[in-house]
Design a protein around this ligand. Structure first.
Ligand code: 0X9
Ligand code: ZN
Length: 437
C-alpha cells in the first residue's frame, strides 16, 4: 500500500514538480530601473551591462529609465557600479520569481475556470504549448481543405517542425492578390504574441466575418517561429529569448542565437559576437535553421508579399526600418500605414495601455542589425514592421512586461487584429494599383 502511494506521489511529482521548480532559477532576480541622463552615463551602463552580462528589457531614453533583469549574484556589483558613477536607480521588483509563480497560477486557473465549449479551435483563455498549436494547424488544414494548406517548412535546431499556414480562397494561384505574411514567437519569452497570430487565423478560417480579407488577399501565418526557445520558456527558463543552438557553447556556458539578429541584412553590424549575450548574432547570416526557414519563405513568395509583420512584445511600438536609422525610399508611406494601423488598435485598446508609437526602430528604440523585418524590407517588400505588443500588467508590477495576464489574451488578439486588417486592406489596394499600370 505504502509503495503504491509513493509511486502515485512520484508520478504526480514528475508531472508537477518540474513545473513548480522551473521558476527557482529566478529566485532573487530583481528588476531595476536606471536613470540614464547623459551619453556618458549611457556608455558607462552599456559597459556594465556587457561585463555583468545583464538582460536589458528596455533601453530607456527621452526621459524614460532603462529596465534591466539582474541575477541575485550581480545585484551588489550593479549597485556599486552605478553608485560610483553617480547614476540613479530604483529597485523596482525585489524577486521576479514571485510574479512568475503568480503567472503560472493565473494562467492555469483561468484555463480551468473557462467555459470551454466543444467548438473547434484553440480557446483564448490560456497560452498554448507548441504541441497543441502544431496539432491545431494540421487539424485546420484537414477541416478546411479548400481554404487552408499547412506547410512543414523545416526543422528547428532541436528538430521541431516549423509549420505555417497558407490561407487562400484561390489556392495561391491568383497572382493579382497580394500576400500578407505574419509570424510570432521569434523571441521565445514573448508569449502574448501567440494569441495575435492565432486570433488572425480564427478570423480568417473559423469565424469569418469580413469576406474581402479573403477575396482580395492571400495569407501566410507562422505562429511559432522559435519552437525550441518557446518550449524552453515553458519547461525551464521563462525569460529565455534566443533559440537553443548549443554549438557555440564555451564549456558548459551560454547557448543560443538571437534569431532577430541572424538575418542577412547588415548582419553583425549592430549586434553581439558573444554567445553569452542576449543579442548574439550567430556565426554567419542565416546560420540558424529557424532564420533560414523564414528567409526561404520570404524568397519564395517575396514578389507577392506586400505586408510583412514580425510580432514581438513589449512596449506598444510599431517599428519600421532600417535598424541603422536610414529610412527605406518609401519611408513616408511606411510611416503613414504604420500610423493607420496604430490608430485602428488605439481605437479599441484598453484605456490603461498607452497609445502605440510609430517610427523608425533605431530612432525610437536602439540600433540593431540582422532583424527579420529589415531583411524583408531590404528584399523590396513594400511594408515591413516589427509590432511590439503592449504589456498589460493588471496582476504584475508595472515593469514585468513579458508576463501574460490571462484577462488580456483575447483582447491582445482582438486589438492587434484591428491593426493587421487596416494594414492588409491598404496592402491590397496598393498592390492592385501598382500592378494595373
Ligand atoms: O530587439 C529586438 O529584436 C526587438 N525588440 S524586442 O524587445 N522584442 O527584442 C526590436 C527590433 C527592432 N529593431 C531595432 N530596434 N532596430
Ligand atoms: Zn522580440
Amino acid at each position: 500500500m505504502k509503495a503504491k502511494m509513493n509511486k502515485i506521489l512520484l508520478v504526480l511529482c514528475l508531472a508537477f514538480c518540474s513545473v513548480l521548480a522551473k521558476n527557482e532559477i529566478y529566485d532573487g532576480h530583481a528588476l531595476y530601473q536606471i536613470d540614464l541622463q547623459t551619453a556618458e552615463q549611457g556608455s558607462f551602463f552599456a559597459e556594465l551591462e556587457h561585463r555583468l552580462n545583464l538582460d536589458v528589457w528596455a533601453h530607456g531614453g527621452l526621459g524614460d529609465p532603462a529596465t534591466v533583469l539582474v541575477p541575485k549574484a550581480a545585484r551588489s556589483l550593479l549597485q556599486d557600479g552605478l553608485g560610483a558613477a553617480g547614476i540613479g536607480y530604483r529597485l523596482a521588483v525585489e524577486n521576479v520569481k514571485e510574479e512568475l509563480d503568480l503567472e503560472e497560477k493565473l494562467l492555469s486557473e483561468a484555463a480551468a475556470k473557462s467555459n470551454r465549449t466543444s467548438r473547434f479551435g484553440l480557446p483564448f483563455d490560456t497560452i498554448h504549448r507548441y504541441a497543441a498549436v502544431d496539432a491545431y494547424l494540421v487539424e485546420l488544414a484537414s477541416r478546411y481543405p479548400n481554404l487552408v494548406t499547412v506547410v512543414s517548412a523545416g526543422r528547428s535546431f532541436e528538430g521541431r517542425d516549423i509549420k505555417y499556414l497558407k490561407i487562400s480562397t484561390t489556392n495561391f494561384q491568383d497572382r493579382s492578390k497580394p500576400i500578407v505574411y505574419m509570424q510570432s514567437l521569434l523571441h521565445a519569452r514573448e508569449w502574448v504574441t501567440l494569441p495575435a497570430t492565432l486570433y488572425a487565423i480564427e478570423k480568417l478560417v473559423i469565424d469569418v466575418q469580413e469576406q474581402d480579407l479573403l477575396q482580395n488577399i492571400d495569407w501566410i501565418i507562422l505562429p511559432i517561429a522559435n519552437p525550441d526557445g518557446y518550449e524552453f520558456t515553458h519547461t525551464s527558463s521563462r525569460y529565455w529569448r534566443k533559440n537553443r543552438a548549443t554549438g557555440y557553447m564555451i564549456g558548459n556556458w551560454c547557448s543560443g542565437v538571437d534569431l532577430n539578429r541572424n538575418f542577412g541584412f547588415q548582419w553583425s553590424e549592430a549586434s553581439s559576437a558573444s554567445v553569452c549575450s542576449e543579442t548574439f548574432h550567430g556565426s554567419s547570416a542565416f546560420s540558424e535553421p529557424e532564420a533560414a526557414i523564414i528567409r526561404d519563405i520570404t524568397l519564395a513568395y517575396g514578389d507577392r508579399i506586400e505586408l510583412f509583420l514580425d510580432i514581438h512584445s513589449f512596449g506598444s511600438w510599431m517599428l519600421y526600418g532600417y535598424g541603422d536609422g536610414q529610412l527605406p525610399p518609401n519611408g513616408l508611406i511606411i510611416h503613414m500605414v504604420g500610423v493607420r494601423m496604430a490608430q485602428a488598435i488605439d481605437a479599441v485598446k484598453w484605456p490603461s495601455n498607452r497609445n502605440y508609437v510609430v517610427g523608425n526602430s533605431a530612432l525610437l528604440l536602439y540600433p540593431a542589425s540582422g532583424t527579420t523585418s529589415d531583411y524583408a524590407q531590404s528584399l523590396g517588400i513594400p511594408l515591413a514592421y516589427t509590432y511590439e505588443l503592449p504589456a498589460y500588467r493588471n496582476n504584475y508590477s508595472t515593469l514585468n512586461g513579458f508576463l501574460v495576464d490571462p484577462d488580456f489574451i483575447e483582447q491582445a488578439g482582438f486589438e492587434t487584429w484591428q491593426g493587421i486588417k487596416e494594414g492588409a486592406r491598404y496592402a491590397a489596394d496598393s498592390y492592385r494599383a501598382r500592378n494595373k499600370k
